[in-house]
Write a protein that binds this ligand. Structure first.
Ligand SMILES: [Zn+2]
Length: 221
C-alpha cells in the first residue's frame, strides 16, 4: 500500500495537496444508496459530461458522511462524471480533510473528486448534514440572484481553500439556516445541495429547478 502525494489538477487549476492510499474501500461501506442517487442525477443531466462546456470533462459529484459522528465521508472519484453508472471502485473514502492546509487524506482505487475540499467544508459546519451533492445546472446558476440562492462570490475558485472558507462563511452568516443549497459563482454552473438525507438534498434541488422554470423560463442550457 503506497501513499502518493500529488497535486490534484483538473480544468487546468491546481487544487489541494492529496495524500492518497491506492487501496480498495472496505466491503462494509454500503454504496448502494449513494450510487442509486448518483445514477438518477446523471439521468437528470445534473451530473455528466458535455462536449460544449467545462473543457469537455465530466462534471458533478456526490458524497455521504461515513457515519453520523465522523467527519470522514465517501465521495465519487475524480473524472467519473461522464460515466452513466459507477461501481464500488469509483468511490473514495476521505479520511481527513484540512481546508486550512489545503490537504486531503484519502483511500480508494480512484483519486477523489477535485471538489472534495468543498464537500469537507460543508460536513464540518453541521453534524446533521449527511449528504452533499455537487451538480452543474445552468438554469439555477444563472438565476442565483432572482431565486435568492445563497452564493460564494465569482472571485472564489472551486476546490480551493478560499472556497472552503467561503462555504464556512455562508454558514456563519446564517444564509444556509433555512436552505441546503448554494451557488458557486466562481465555478461555471456550479451548485451544491446538502441535507440530512439524499432525498432531502435532491428534492430541494429539483424543487428549485421547477421554481426556476416557472418563474424565470429563460432557456439556459
Ligand atoms: Zn463542478
Amino acid at each position: 500500500m503506497s501513499i502518493q502525494t500529488i497535486m490534484q489538477e483538473q480544468e487546468g487549476v491546481i487544487k489541494y495537496q492529496l495524500h492518497h492510499q491506492h487501496h480498495p474501500l472496505g466491503a462494509e461501506i454500503d454504496l448502494l444508496e449513494i450510487n442509486a442517487w448518483r445514477s438518477i442525477l446523471f439521468q437528470l443531466k445534473l451530473i455528466g459530461q458535455r462536449t460544449d462546456k467545462y473543457g469537455g470533462l465530466g462534471f458533478g459529484n456526490i458524497s455521504r458522511r461515513l457515519v453520523p459522528s465522523s467527519n470522514q465521508f465517501v465521495i465519487s472519484g475524480s473524472q467519473t462524471g461522464q460515466l452513466a453508472e459507477l461501481n464500488p471502485e469509483h468511490y473514495v473514502l476521505i479520511q481527513r480533510a484540512e481546508p486550512d492546509t489545503n490537504s486531503i487524506y484519502s483511500r480508494g482505487l480512484y483519486p477523489p473528486s477535485s471538489e472534495a475540499l468543498t464537500h469537507a467544508s460543508v460536513y464540518q459546519q453541521d453534524a446533521d448534514i449527511q449528504a452533499v451533492i455537487h451538480v452543474h445546472s445552468p438554469e439555477l446558476w444563472h438565476n442565483t440572484l432572482p431565486l435568492k440562492i445563497p452564493y460564494t462570490h465569482a472571485n472564489i475558485a472551486y476546490g480551493t481553500t478560499d472556497m472552503a472558507q467561503a462555504v464556512a462563511n455562508l454558514f456563519i452568516s446564517r444564509q444556509l439556516n433555512d436552505v441546503g443549497l448554494f451557488s458557486m459563482l466562481g465555478h461555471e454552473d456550479g451548485i451544491v445541495a446538502f441535507g440530512p438525507t439524499f432525498a432531502e438534498a435532491s428534492t430541494l434541488l429539483i424543487k428549485t429547478l421547477i421554481k426556476s422554470r416557472i418563474e424565470y423560463p429563460y432557456p439556459y442550457r
